[in-house]
Structure formats: C-alpha cells, structure tokens
Design a protein around this ligand. Structure first.
Ligand SMILES: [Zn+2]
Length: 707
C-alpha cells in the first residue's frame, strides 16, 4: 500500500481503543477524514452575518458544491456563540442566538464536516486593561494596536493568551459541539516574524534574528501540539491546524512543523494586478509537497478581489480564479474556496458562487485521479527558508527573485521538478533526484554542506549560483564558500556590482552549456558576481563591466581575463555547475533570453538529458506528473497568456498539440489515457518502458489520466 497512507494508518492505530476498533472494521475508514478531504468551503463570516445570512441557503450552496468540510467561525475576536469564557466578547448582533450552532447543525444535516475557525491574533481594549500581559508591546512598552481597526490590539503568542485563553475557548467548543477540527486564522503570523517587547519576549533573542527564529519555531511547535491535543480530547480523528503559506518564505520552519502538522493550509488566496507571476499557487504547492510529503495541504482561493488594491466583498475575474484552482490541484493540493461575508457573499455580489460550484462538481467526477502518491521528477530545487528570512542580497534584490527567476527558466525548459527543504537534505530524501539546484541559497549550515557533499559523492549533481553557502545557518558570513571543496572554487574578492554595463561572459570553448549560441564570442554575464580564482579549462570567463554611456567609452578596457564566469566539474556520475554571478536574477530583471538558455542548457547538462517525462509543443506551460491511486497523471497548465506575469487573466488562449512521453515501470500495462478536462479518451502508444500520446488542445488546463 502507499507510503503516505501507511503513515496515517500507523498513527491512527496508535489512537484510543474505541476508535481503533471501529477503524479495523473497514480498512478504508482507517485513514482519518482529514486525510481524505477533497473540497473545502468557507464563507468567511462577519459579525453582521448573524443578521443577514440565511443559514439553510448557505449550507445548500456548499452541499451543491460537494464540499467535504466547511469552516464556521467561533473566532476569538467576536464570539459567534454564547461563550462563557471571559473576554471572548459576543458579536454585537449575536443577542441570545447560537449562530455557530445553527450553522453547525445545517452543515451536519447535509453530511458536511465542520471545522471551528478561530482568530487568536486580536482582542479589545477591555482585555488590555484586565490582562495587559496578553498583548504585544512596542519598544516603549505600549500595547500594539492593529493597523486597520484601531479598536483592536495584537496579542502575543508567547503569553498565556495562547496557553490559557485559547485553550479555554477550544475546550468550550469541544464541550458544546461535536466539531471535526479546530483551525486558527492569524496564527502563526504570516509574512513576517513578530516584533514584541513584552515581558516574555524581552527574555528572547532580539526580534528578527536567526536565534529568535529558533525560539519562535519551538513555540509554534509547542502550541501546535497543545492545540492538537485539545482537539483530540474530544475525538481521536479531530485535529488542529492553522493558516500557513508565504511560499518558501513562511515564518515557521516548515520541516520542524511538518513533524506535528497533519493539515497545511495555505493562505495564498490569489494575486492582484501588480507584477506577480501566475505560478504563485503552484510554487506554494511545491513547498507543501516538500514538507508534508502527501499529507493534506489545502490552498485557499479567494474569489474576492485579492491584491495590492482590495475589494474584500467584490468578485474577481473567474478566469483568474479558475487558473488558481487548476494550479492548486495540479500541484497536489486541495482547493479551499472562500468569499467573505454572507451579507455581500450571499446577497450583493453573488458572482463567486457559480465558478466554485462548477469546478467542484467537475473535480468530484474525477477525484480518484487527484489522489496522488508521489511526484514523478528527477530534479530538485532547494528552498532556503533561512535565506528568505535573513539574507540581505546586494542592490535592491529579494530572495524571492532568485527563486522566481529559476522557476521561470525551468518552466521555459519544461522541466519537471520538486522543491527540497534545506533541512531535508538526507540521503533518503535525495535518492530520487539526479540533480539539485541551489538558486543563491546563501545560508547553509556546515551540516547541510556535508550532506550536499555526500550527495555528490554518491553520484548526485549540483548547480548553484552566486552567494550559495557563503553564510552559515545563523547568517554569519564565511571567509570562503561552505561548498568550496564540492565545486572546486575559491572566493577571490568581494561582490562586484555593475557600472553601466553588467559584465560579460566570454565563450572560451565549446560545451553543452553554450550550445545554441552562434555568431557570438560572448554572452551577457550577470549584474552581480562573487569573483572566484581561476580554474583550468574555463568554459566562460569574465569580461569586467564598463560604462554604457558615453558610447565613446563603452568598450572593454580589459577584454580578456582568467576569472571564470562558470565553474564546471565532473566527478564520477556527478556533474557540478557553479555560476559566480546572479545569473538567474539578472535574467529575471533583464528578460534576457541568452541567460535563460544558459541556465536551461546547464540544467540539462547536470541531468545528462535524462527526464522521466517529456512534453513537446508550443506555448508557455507548467507541468506536473504524479503517480496516482489508479495509475499516473500528467497535468499541463497553460500559461500562454498576456497576463502570465501581471494579473489578472481575462481569458484563455488555447494551445495546440502537446506530445507527451512518460517512462513506465517495467511490466506496467496501460489500458486507457483519459483527458479529464475534455472528458474523453485519447489514443496512445505503449512501447517498452514508456507511453506516448498527444493532447490535442489545452485551454486553461488539462490532465491526462493514465491507468
Ligand atoms: Zn511578546
């Protein structure tokens, strides 16, 4: 049986007797409900909904969308039920109603699971007077107000608000309702680490430091376990989980958290019209797969107007929201669909309802092909959470740019790849990958460098750029690269920036990584580089930058150096590439196609051209391949769109035939290839060890189910 299910079953069998006896009756029920969830719905409730929401209509909608679970607000900011917990203030329209209870009953009547949604992040002024110790303080010791609604104050996660007040609410819910789970919005904090000077936090390392992060992570794991334990006091198959997200920059250490987390919810609701690439959702899916290894990960699609300018109560373009759905399921996550406020959501702007219902009904017809066992990919991209949180790159760069840039080049090259967490570089996790890519993973510990060395010694290949391994895990700069021996490189000076022209890379000899470059002796280099000492047989050497203006002086004073612009090595099966320049980010900033080609050529070289899946055809796509319960699935997302890099998508531009070849395990017979979006079977050709077929057309998304 599949590995993920085995883990769940083992854990489940460790649960108390009554539940275990029941589970042994039917093998299928041995997997807890939360590991089988396929669709989740949420009208994010406002306190006004007590007056405006028609509870039966709300429940009917979610039943028509075939959701497995809904979120119903208990909250913590305003109570949606008659709470007796002090400072759990009832919403101003609640009166003597039990609004949570009414929603709970309506959902349960329709066979829908109910998760109690809480917000532990904010409370009111009266609580500040009674319990000043609960709240975040600024450097002067004043409680911190919420930036949008000044009547609210921010609670501190290191205080008894989190160890006593929140547990009291959770236990009250357990006592009153048979809920299926507890969930917190607003904690752990998203985006940035807390900065607090309360009495508890004053004992911690300075806010924002790597040492603080370690204490923060300990606290997150402690509270997560505490809350999960409280959920399980009620029912063994209940759980606690929380809002996470933030892609590779999540505040909590995801490797540590994954040890205790059974449901990863990504508060990654959509992009705005600002300059953000379309793959924000699939990137999140890759982060979840790297850390959760197939346990439930949901991604919230907000059908409201997300982005820099927001309309929380107006619907967005359905084509954009649908692409976010597509990305969610293609990357192995489960859709959690949301709109805010019944008054507006069920009343004023109802445009959110149809897209979700239609998509969910389509999904429900094909659920089994979205139950994944493992990804099919031989390429790993190391995600560096510490680099995202603590590294300060030169210029106005952000750590996200290196990752987005490499991501873009990998999509252009139609590579299939996984993310690999920096704290998960052990041999067992890396054995499926022929090569690992390190897009300026500046922070790596000595131990992580040793693990990468061991990976190379066992035949794995590496490609790294720029300041990779120049800092340790505490963001302390090393005198030389932590991976100096692995790549055979030595730092020869401090970072060189750009004056007018960025530097050039002179082609010294022919090699696979410079294939396709004709009629030129040089290529664009990068905006920044770390000078490294000369190596033998350099393929590319640095031509230092010079002025772009005036043109009279725009020529290289030093046309030839021995400083390498790339260092290539082969050791046994292992192939190694190190770019001293920030080539991927420079490609991202400049759009230069030569740099994209250079990166793609280099990735192909480290992979020795081997790939388990190939997809040929025109268009900008992102692809995933999964081993599924029934067989295999190849997912193709069509990003060929003027709004690929700047939302929102207005309409789709279908692409033509995509020729797919997938390697099969020895002896594996295929009887059917079915396109799930087009809902039709297609012809295929099976030859020894592989299957080939052509997908005639992809509108927004297509899934070829192979079984
Ligand atoms: Zn504090």
């Amino acid at each position: 049986m599949l590995a993920v299910m085995d883990i769940n079953r083992r854990e489940f069998i460790a649960l108390p007797g009554a539940v275990m006896a029941e589970s042994l009756l039917a093998e299928e029920t041995a997997v807890p409900w939360h590991q089988k969830v396929r669709r989740v719905g949420q009208v994010n409730m406002t306190e006004r909904d007590v007056v405006d929401m028609k509870v039966e209509e709300w429940a009917d909608y979610w039943a028509s969308a075939k959701v497995d679970a809904v979120l119903v607000s208990v909250t913590g900011i305003v109570a949606f039920y008659p709470s007796k917990v002090p400072f759990h203030k009832p919403g101003q329209y609640l009166g003597d109603r039990d609004f949570f209870g009414e929603c709970f009953t309506a959902a349960k009547k329709r066979g829908i699971r109910v998760v109690a949604r809480m917000s532990p992040d904010l409370n009111w002024e009266e609580a500040v007077h009674a319990h000043p110790e609960w709240f975040q303080k600024d450097a002067q010791g004043n409680p911190q107000r919420h930036t949008e609604d000044h009547r609210l104050y921010r609670t501190c996660m290191f205080t008894t608000y989190f160890t006593e007040h929140m547990p009291a609410i959770m236990r009250e819910i357990n006592a009153r309702y048979d809920v299926d789970g507890h969930y917190t919005n607003g904690w752990p904090p998203l985006g940035s680490l807390p900065v607090c000077y309360c009495d508890q936090c004053k004992r911690l390392a300075p806010p924002g430091s790597p040492e603080y992060w370690e204490q923060f992570n300990e606290r997150v794991v402690y509270l997560w376990k505490l809350y999960d334990g409280i959920a399980k006091e009620k029912r063994a198959d209940s759980l606690f989980y929380a809002n996470l997200g933030g892609g590779a920059r999540c505040t909590a250490n995801l490797k540590q958290l994954a040890e205790v987390c059974h449901w990863f919810n990504c508060d990654n609701q959509g992009r705005g019209g600002d300059d953000t690439p379309i793959w924000g959702c699939t990137l999140q899916g890759r982060v979840c797969q790297a850390t959760m290894k197939g346990r439930t990960s949901t991604n919230v699609t907000g059908m409201w107007s997300t982005g820099a300018v927001r309309w929380r109560n107006a619907a967005k373009s359905p084509a954009e929201a649908t692409m976010w759905f597509d990305e969610t399921v293609a990357s192995g996550m489960v859709i959690w669909y949301t709109f805010i406020g019944a008054e507006t959501g069920m009343g004023e702007d109802r445009r959110w309802q149809a897209p979700g219902r239609e998509y969910f009904n389509w999904l429900a017809r094909h659920d089994r092909h979205f139950v994944n066992q493992r990804t099919i990919a031989n390429l790993g991209v190391v995600m560096g959470q510490r680099t995202h949180l603590f590294y300060r790159p030169p210029g106005n760069a952000t750590a996200q740019q290196y990752l987005d840039a490499l991501y873009c080049a990998l999509l252009e090259g139609r590579f299939l790849f996984d993310f690999v967490h920096e704290d998960d570089l052990g041999a067992e996790n890396l054995k499926k990958y022929s090569a690992l890519l390190l897009p300026n993973i500046a922070l790596l510990s000595d131990e992580q460098c040793r693990q990468l060395q061991a990976y190379v010694d066992s035949g794995g290949s590496l490609l790294a750029t720029f300041e990779t391994s120049l800092y340790d895990e505490r963001n302390r700069r090393r005198a030389d690269f932590g991976l100096a021996d692995v790549f055979g490189i030595q730092k020869a000076g401090e970072i060189q920036g750009t004056l007018g022209n960025a530097f050039y890379a002179r082609i010294e000899k022919q090699h696979e990584i410079v294939s396709g470059f004709a009629n030129t002796n040089w290529l664009p280099g990068a905006e920044y580089r770390v000078p490294v000492k000369p190596v033998e047989d350099a393929v590319l050497t640095v031509v230092p930058g010079f002025v772009a203006y005036p043109p009279e002086l725009s020529y290289p004073p030093t046309p030839h150096t021995s400083e390498p612009a790339v260092v290539l090595r082969e050791k046994g099966r292992s192939r190694l590439v190190y770019f001293p320049g920030d080539v991927e980010r420079t490609m991202w900033r400049s759009g230069h196609t030569d740099l994209s080609r250079l990166i793609r050529n280099s990735v192909r070289w480290v992979l020795r051209g081997e790939t388990p899946v190939s997809i040929e055809g025109r268009g900008a796509i992102e692809a995933f391949a999964w081993e599924t319960e029934p067989g295999f699935a190849v997912h193709i997302l069509n990003y060929t769109n003027p709004n690929m890099h700047r939302g929102w998508i207005r309409e789709y531009y279908p692409i033509g035939p995509q020729k797919v070849s997938l390697k099969l395990p020895p002896g594996r017979k295929v009887t059917r290839v079915e396109l799930l979006r087009a809902e039709m079977g297609i012809p295929f050709r099976q030859r020894e060890g592989a299957i080939e077929f052509t997908i005639p057309k992809v509108v927004d998304y297509e899934v070829a189910a192979i079984y």
